[in-house]
Design a protein around this ligand. Structure first.
Ligand code: NJP
Length: 247
């Protein structure tokens, strides 16, 4: 295979696992985030397993960085066949304590950036006869959750955007899909309640009684990126150990 996948937030956590799983499927993987050292670790993991990776640094909340990113990846790899909009941030606090500025920042990273980057790759994918865009959402998009309003808002928006762009770009052979994880063991979850009594309570409420592993999300995303999932578009698929529907 001679196809390229671009993954944002590939420096750690779920993004790194997605990058590794896509490389295992045979994609050359362009890894993007702010932390070059950690991106190089991701690339080294991919290359030591026999895969191909490149490292690109920048901030997803900069339109210029995203335009440059697409230019760089096309110059180096020739195309972008798969885009995974994975970079994300959260803000756990009551709405009364979150400034409008912070609300905008979370939307900028979690929602506006995927829009800007999807628009930038769409002509490239169209020119190459199609592609796949996968947006990493959250079960919080569809669950009512207190003290996380910017995050829930951004992810609900991302699912609406997934449906809208899937409809708009189906004629170009582009599938647009969402993946909504439940709790996955990464820095994001560790920062929120790692090792506390709250963590035990959260795990006890998950029907499978455990957090998901980043590799489980990576493998699922890599499957959706391939032609084996060629009839899937517009949907956001939940992967959460039963959290949303079995409670
Ligand atoms: O997050 P974390 P996860 N520009 O904090 C990058 C969703 N999700 O892996 O820039 C560029 O470990 C950051 O890179 P760096 C979640 O909403 C998760 O847990 O080097 N990149 C890092 O690589 C998110 O969409 C859970 O700091 C930026 C990555 O993003 C995705 O899964 C549950 C950036 C964040 O790594 C990955 O989450 C769920 C910027 N401005 C949904 N800001 C979960 N873990 O339980 C951040 O429902 N990054």
């Amino acid at each position: 295979m001679n196809k390229t996948a671009l993954v944002t937030g590939a420096s750690r956590g779920i993004g790194r696992a997605i990058a590794q799983a896509l490389a295992e499927e045979g994609f050359a993987v362009a890894c993007f985030a702010r932390d070059r050292e950690k991106l190089e670790q991701t690339a080294a993991l991919i290359e030591s397993a026999g895969g191909k990776a490149s490292v690109h640094t920048g901030d997803v909340s900069s339109d210029d960085d995203l335009e440059n990113l697409v230019r760089e990846v096309v110059a180096e790899h020739g195309s972008v066949d798969v885009l995974v909009n994975n970079a994300g941030i959260t803000e756990g606090a009551p709405a009364s304590k979150i400034s409008p500025q912070r609300f905008r920042e979370v939307l900028e990273v979690n929602l506006v950036a995927p829009y800007v980057l999807s628009r930038a790759v769409q002509p490239v994918m169209k020119e190459h006869g199609g592609g796949v865009i996968i947006n990493i959402s959250s079960v919080y998009a569809s669950q009512g959750v207190a003290n996380n309003s910017p995050y829930c808002t951004s992810k609900a928006g991302l699912e609406g955007m997934t449906r809208a762009l899937a409809r708009e770009w189906i004629k170009d052979g582009i599938r647009v899909i969402g993946v909504a994880p439940g709790f996955v063991r990464t820095d994001m979850v560790a920062d929120a309640f790692g090792g506390t009594e709250v963590e035990k309570l959260v795990v006890s409420r998950i029907p499978m009684k455990r957090f998901g592993e980043a590799e489980e999300i990576g493998n699922f995303v890599a499957f959706l990126a391939t032609a084996k999932a060629g009839f899937v578009t517009g949907e956001t698929l939940v992967i959460d150990g039963g959290q949303r529907s079995l409670l």
